[in-house]
Design a protein around this ligand. Structure first.
Ligand SMILES: [Zn+2]
Length: 293
């Protein structure tokens, strides 16, 4: 394990431990969430060292890459994914109605396939090899490993998207610098993240599935994310909800708590979260649309 001594975003040494949390999803190991007093970022500490990070993704249930539909959660996930894809497509085509898109962490490629079918030029980046192979074989997509980011020419994409990806990336500043380089000057960067100050997070506390330690290395509140954007001269032009995530995250959290009637409770708490966020803006997950300044 690697103990983190300075804030991963602003490098401040003014950091404090907030609470302990378990990897309920896979290993049942304990981690802690710390906060930077300078920029507000919450981050997982300690984190697995680079070469050991992979084992925390080694689950047949890792849903980002799950294409089977066994069980209630798998079925619900597929249903939500279809709705989410249509919504993501609409958000992006409201910004630009054609062009090229780079989706970092494209998983098995369902979103890119949707764009490809609408005559967008598509490139995916995906570290998981089986997911990469699936996307190539089933959708005839161009999908490369993470290292390929370095060889993509500067200012070459209209849209770069990272849907629930940035919270997994070991060097967050380096990644933002990289995508900003690749983005056209009039392009748009889309970053979706779980929101640790949502109602469902406040309700489930350490059981909140949006924490997902140690796979999630950072937990960006809207303010902490804005600080990151400012630091890199990026302007947030829209902040939009991913309402379906409230239900999905609630269902996982209910399972971690081993509650009875998890589906019913998740529907209730997901709805409560979305209703509360109508007033506060703090949805379970938020989509940030950014432009270069
Ligand atoms: Zn900081």
């Amino acid at each position: 394990m690697k103990k983190i001594l300075t804030c991963p975003v602003c490098q401040s040494t003014n950091i404090i431990k907030k609470f302990d949390v378990k990897d309920y999803f896979l290993t049942q190991e304990n981690f802690s969430i710390w906060q930077c007093k300078s920029c507000g970022l919450l981050f997982t500490n300690p984190i697995p060292k680079g070469q050991n990070l992979g084992k925390y993704y080694e689950s047949p249930d890792y849903l980002s890459h799950d294409t089977s539909s066994s069980g209630v959660i798998g079925k619900l996930y597929q249903f939500l994914r279809k709705i989410n894809i249509a919504r993501k497509y609409k958000i992006i085509t409201n910004l630009k109605n054609s062009g090229n898109i780079l989706d970092i962490g494209c998983g098995t490629g369902e979103l890119l396939n949707y764009f490809q079918n609408q005559n967008w030029s598509c490139l995916g980046i995906e570290p998981n090899e089986p997911a990469r192979k699936f996307a190539k074989a089933h959708y005839n997509l161009k999908v490369e490993e993470e290292q390929s980011l370095e060889t993509i020419p500067s200012q070459s994409f209209d849209i770069i998207s990272m849907w629930h990806v940035l919270e997994h990336v070991p060097d967050v500043n380096e990644r933002i610098i990289q995508v900003k380089r690749i983005l056209k000057n009039n392009g748009h960067l889309i970053i979706a993240l779980p929101n640790p100050i949502s109602r469902d997070s406040n309700y489930y506390k350490t059981y909140w599935a949006g924490l997902d330690v140690p796979r999630h290395l950072y937990h960006f509140s809207p303010q902490a994310f804005e600080n990151l954007a400012n630091r890199h001269n990026l302007e947030i032009i829209h902040t939009l909800p991913l309402k379906m995530d409230a239900y999905y995250v609630s269902l996982l959290s209910e399972r971690y708590m081993k509650n009875t009637m998890p589906v019913f409770r998740a529907l209730l708490n997901g709805t409560k979260s979305n209703l509360s966020a109508k007033k506060t803006g703090n949805y379970s997950s938020l989509i940030y649309v950014l432009n270069k300044k």
